[in-house]
Write a protein that binds this ligand. Structure first.
Ligand code: ADP
Ligand code: MG
Length: 359
């Protein structure tokens, strides 16, 4: 900033200036990138013998998020997280990403800077490199991410491999994100809840944690890799639409049915404490609420138990929640005493609608 000139804004530096700014701050050196930001296309090095995995996901203002309902840092985290999660769900190693922005008039440069701080924090955690993107004017904020990764071909885990008799597992607690969204809807996001770098402030620690879970999810990349290395999972998916909807995707691609023991679906401590206050049928949030980004997979139980007993795998926490059954498309939900569990209307709508939430 210069004296008397006011704050620098996007219109002052233009598209080219913004690209230079991103390039200078966030483009990292690596042997794997022969050419990154700055040419017409990136030129990248992948390990020989590996399959390339590539995925894309888009977040649109007022469809998937509102600017008032989040902070730029979390939006940056989420933009990359949803894409990393798709690579994790295949068992892959994410490596490179491109990030394209549609920028509405008047969006501040500090918004873009904080957004990129969120992106790069997650990128550094997972050692993924920004290698390109695009910038255009748009009526709303639009964010498109592309992530490229790789995996040995025989380690890639598809949705289509589940077999009758396999058991069904998830990697962590479900429902926190849906509960966080419910809290955001009722309580709203307050200006002092989080610092610009996303640290929770104030005394509502647990509620802020749940909100954060929704606004800045954690992709389970390490767990996905671990599961691929166990070499016994038959199908896998990340839980973005909700446990039942995503299990539905595995059932459809694998042409099988499923039985889920609802009481065995793991929930967090904070969820158990707060969910009843925010939802009349809190279990439905864990079953049908989306965007937890844990992994859901199927595997023969004995083979998995064997693999998990190896010393290098003891720290991988996995929860058994059900079983694959022969009837294509048939899903049964059972309580502890083997009685059928029926989803409330709301949960059922979420399950049917395969909705992507807005925050
Ligand atoms: P072209 O007109 O050839 O598409 P651009 O001016 O759009 O080129 O982009 C120039 C370079 O800047 C490219 O390497 C592109 O990948 C990179 N780039 C553009 N926008 C972004 C962004 N949002 N993030 C990272 N790199 C970007
Ligand atoms: Mg371009």
């Amino acid at each position: 900033m210069e004296w008397g000139m006011g704050k620098t804004e996007i219109k002052d530096i233009g598209e080219f200036g913004l690209i230079q700014r991103i390039r200078k701050t966030y483009s990292k050196f690596s042997d794997l990138v022969l050419c990154g930001i700055g040419d017409d296309a990136a030129s990248l090095q992948f390990p020989a013998e590996h399959s390339i995995l590539v995925t894309t996901d888009t977040l649109i203002e007022d469809v998937h998020f509102t600017r008032k309902g989040t902070i730029p840092y979390f939006l940056g985290v989420k933009s990359l997280a949803v894409n990393l999660s798709d690579i994790a769900a295949m068992g892959g190693i994410p490596r490179f990403f491109l990030l394209s922005l549609g920028i509405p008039k008047g969006l501040s440069l500090s918004f873009v800077d904080r957004f990129f701080q969120g992106v790069s924090q997650l990128a550094e955690t997972h050692d993924v490199l920004l290698v390109g993107g695009d910038i255009t004017a748009a009526p709303k904020l639009i964010i498109n991410g592309v992530v490229m990764g790789h995996c040995l071909p025989d380690q890639v885990i598809y949705r289509k491999g589940a077999r009758t008799g396999d058991h069904i597992f998830v990697t962590g607690p479900l429902g926190d994100s849906a509960l966080g969204l419910e809290i955001l809807r009722r309580r709203g996001l307050r200006p002092r809840d989080f610092s610009v770098r996303g640290e929770a402030r104030g005394k509502d620690g647990e509620l802020l944690g749940l909100m954060r879970h929704h606004l800045a999810p954690t992709p389970q990349v390490l767990k996905g890799r671990k599961i691929a290395e166990l070499a016994c999972a038959t199908a896998m998916i990340d839980i973005s639409d909700g446990l039942l909807a995503d299990l539905g995707h595995i059932m459809e691609e694998s042409q099988v049915g499923a039985r889920v023991w609802v009481d065995q679906v793991p929930r967090s401590h904070a969820f158990e404490k707060w969910a009843r206050l925010y939802h009349p049928r809190s279990m439905d949030l864990a079953l049908a609420g989306g965007e937890d980004y844990e992994l859901l997979f199927t595997a023969p139980r004995e083979a998995l138990a064997d693999a998990l007993s190896r010393p290098e795998n003891v720290d991988l926490s996995i929860h058994l929640i059900g079983q694959v059954t022969p009837d294509p498309g048939k899903l049964s939900l059972l309580t502890k005493d083997q009685k059928p569990y029926s989803l409330s209307h709301l949960g059922y709508d979420h399950f049917r609608g395969f909705t992507r939430r807005t925050s």
